[in-house]
Design a protein. Sequence first.
Length: 286
Amino acid sequence: MHAEELFREIRNELKKNYPEEEAKHLALLLLEDKYGIDIMAILKQSSLEGVDLQKVHQDIKELQQYTPVQHITQKVQFCGLYFKTDARALIPRPETEEIVQNIIETIKGTEKEGFYLLDVGTGSGCMAITLAKNFPQALVYALDISEDALVLAKENAAYHKVNNIEWIVGDILSNRQISAIPKLDFLMSNPPYITKSEKNLMHENVLSWEPHTALFVNDNEPLLFYKAIIALRKKLLKSNAKIFFEINERFGNELIRLLELQQFKDVLLKKDFRGKNRFIKATYSP
């Protein structure tokens, strides 16, 4: 069997459960990230060597049961780096890469020699680790309520040989452990922002496999985590500190008004690559 034949077989099997383009994408991810068969090998119809086809077919069955492909490959690419991912934390999304790139560009524009940064709800640590790796002169704080998620994040930090991160088990809603954090130059957060009424719009491979505490908020409190972070602005932020949020597109304007009422200026709402209002950047100006 050639690589191209195996790719077609996986794609055709997955088309029974997924739209055609998604089936193609999943097949490519599985072959490249788990079995090291890249697109060029497929195009050249390279012969398969050392590939356990029995395991491949087991992987196909798992995908047809809506197991996330990233849980099967046990890794995901984020901002050019590979991160271990499993059920302990939310799988890093392409949208979130955009906010990290925005932060990197902003920090480079400040030319700071040393600074403090906080990632609220760090999950797998992908945001914190990417920034710590890009800015070794920074001290990055990464907070999450889940001890299991932080164990995963530490594994990722060790893999990338990043040691300028302080890991904190804490709950932003109760201020637990916040006192250990110095005044910040930058704060970022991709908190839970999907309302529970939006669950019916989500795919089974998200609902059945990813931690709901990292995804959902009650319909009557859609800005719960943003409000908690903003309420701590005097304790957490230096004057002119920058904050970056990933948001639910439905509540962008409401969050802008809240920020402007709470001493933030230059509030900017940006769209993601799908054209949805997804990011907010603002400057604390007491």
